[in-house]
Design a protein around this ligand. Structure first.
Ligand code: SF4
Ligand code: SF4
Length: 338
């Protein structure tokens, strides 16, 4: 049996990426049993985001006030005098050393994000390889936006592919297909290189109308739509990577007939005649509080009736809707251990 990480020895340099979580035994983000690698850093600020800890690219501190026992250990260990009161951090003084989070005995202070080398992530994934091989699963990059950590994503995906692991990537779609380089600058990794290593792209679509996208996601969607069209054309021409659209269903925001019809028309035109509808859950609100962000607006979760209504609108346009984890993925061949 081949040593899974031998390939790393031949690589010129190891790179690292900011990761806020690695989860195993996931069943909703690609075929088979998967591990999810969550990247930090995202160019969007979606009103309904369930992972606001992914927004900033660098590691950050969260404070769960309900867990604090007021022992003041954090105050006493802080080398920068940045914490005068538990959980109240002066950002101008904080050195992001995370000594407070390490010392906190109750888990009230938490660190979101670690700067991990490719090797460290692979060592976490390696014990899961047998599950991927048996189930036709693999690894899914999510976030945050994996294309923002391009060097790292390329190296991780490249090593996983050499180990014969299926690699999926969930993306917000906002990336530049070609890196602009100044004269004399070092050649940089290109999103196309990453895409050539990815088997499945879970492409998030949200608001069709540009002004609505700007309002609810913080940016326009011109590049996103353009990238979706390019990836769909590439798939038609080359058969890879498989593009699978996903839409969060948020009552009154993404589930309106205008929005569904806008996306339905575009998907039909691109011959992407399927979409996973992801019902909104308000899991991000507590995290916003821990990170001391402004609270988001109160949003409703969709009812079974509103989910069905959305399915019918899209079905009329020839688009088949799936629940997360119920997709009929074209099964990758069950690989034997490398
Ligand atoms: S991260 Fe370090 S500098 Fe910042 S508040 Fe905690 S202990 Fe102090
Ligand atoms: S160390 Fe943790 S539990 Fe103790 S005061 Fe600080 S935040 Fe609260």
């Amino acid at each position: 049996m081949k040593e899974p990480f031998m390939v790393l020895d031949n690589m010129k340099e190891l790179v690292a990426g900011h990761i806020f979580s690695i989860q195993h035994f996931c069943l909703h983000d690609g075929p088979g049993i998967r591990s999810m690698v969550f990247f930090k850093g995202c160019p969007l600020r979606c009103t309904w985001c369930q992972n606001p800890e992914s927004w900033a690219p660098a590691p950050e501190l969260g404070f769960k006030s309900r867990l604090c026992v007021n022992c003041r250990t954090c105050v006493s260990v802080c080398p920068a005098n940045a914490m005068k009161t538990p959980g109240q951090i002066r950002s101008d003084l904080c050195q992001k050393c995370f000594a407070c989070a390490e010392a906190c005995p109750s888990g009230a202070l938490i660190r979101f994000g670690e700067f991990l080398s490719t090797q460290a992530v692979l060592e976490e994934l390696q014990p899961e390889y047998p599950f991927y091989h048996k189930s036709g699963g693999g690894v899914t990059f999510s976030g945050g936006e994996p294309t923002l950590s391009l060097e790292f994503s390329v190296q991780l995906a490249s090593t996983l592919k050499q180990d014969k692991i299926h690699v999926a990537m969930e993306t917000c779609g906002l990336f530049h297909m070609e890196e602009k380089q100044g004269p004399g600058s070092e050649p940089r990794k290109d999103v196309r290189e990453l895409l050539s290593l990815i088997d499945l792209v879970l492409f998030d679509i949200k608001l069709f109308q540009e002004s609505a996208h700007q309002q609810f996601c913080g940016t326009t969607n011109r590049i996103i739509k353009n990238n979706l069209a390019i990836l769909a054309r590439n798939f038609r021409q080359k058969g890879s990577p498989l593009i699978w659209p996903r839409m969060p269903l948020i009552p009154g925001i993404t589930d309106t007939p205008e929005n569904l019809e806008g996306w339905g028309g575009m998907l039909a035109e691109l011959e992407l005649n399927k979409v996973t509808l992801v019902p909104f859950h308000n899991l991000g609100e507590a995290k916003r509080e821990w990170l001391q962000f402004k609270p988001g607006p109160k949003l409703e979760t969709p009812t079974p009736e509103s989910m069905e209504k959305a399915r019918l609108v899209l079905a009329r346009m020839g688009i088949t809707c799936y629940d997360p984890g119920e997709e009929d993925w074209p099964q990758p061949s069950k690989s034997s251990p490398a």
